[in-house]
Design a protein around this ligand. Structure first.
Ligand SMILES: Cc1cc2nc3c(=O)[nH]c(=O)nc-3n(C[C@H](O)[C@H](O)[C@H](O)COP(=O)(O)O)c2cc1C
Length: 148
């Protein structure tokens, strides 16, 4: 099984979280959405998406090329399972953590299946993003092992 982590970020937090998760999920690679070729998803069986939120509940700049490529090329991702860990801040209220949710929506539209609990980090909490991300990845790994 090939496990890939893909991050979408504005200021680097999602990248740090993605790197923190890599050994937990035994990822074969950690990649930035800005320069990722969606053809490479054909070889992936589990995709872990780490994505922040910017603007008014929008994707961060770094995630836009990936989202645009999925929209333009409409690949069939029915072979793919994915899990999402989003980053946001409750001070944004109605748009809290929308970035990760948008990612889940567009991957589901392409036929991929979301697994595990949708993770959400709140920048206003006392828990550091890396710590929250690692704990979420450990839970995901245990769940997938239990259901394998
Ligand atoms: C200008 C700006 C807009 C933001 N908009 C939202 C938002 O709409 N919803 C949300 O949940 N978080 C929002 N955030 C919070 C970020 O998603 C959060 O700080 C995240 O940890 C940043 O991760 P990154 O460094 O990987 O981009 C915003 C942050 C900034 C600075």
């Amino acid at each position: 099984m090939s496990v890939m982590i893909l991050f979408g970020t504005e200021t680097g937090t999602a990248e740090n979280v993605a790197e923190e998760m890599a050994d937990v999920v035994m990822a074969d690679g950690v990649y930035d959405m800005t320069d990722f070729d969606i053809d490479d998803l054909a070889e992936v069986s589990l995709l872990i998406v780490v994505c922040s939120t910017y603007g008014s509940g929008e994707l961060p700049t770094g995630a836009e090329p990936f989202a645009a490529a999925l929209d333009a090329r409409t690949p069939d991702l029915s072979h793919l399972r994915f899990a999402v860990f989003g980053l946001g801040d409750v001070v944004y209220e109605d748009t809290y953590n929308r970035g990760g949710e948008i990612m889940a929506e567009i991957l589901t539209e392409r036929g991929a299946t979301q697994v595990g609990e949708h993770g959400r980090h709140d920048g206003s909490s006392d828990i550091k993003p890396r710590v929250a991300g690692r704990a979420w990845a450990q839970d995901l790994t245990e769940l997938l092992e239990a259901t394998a």
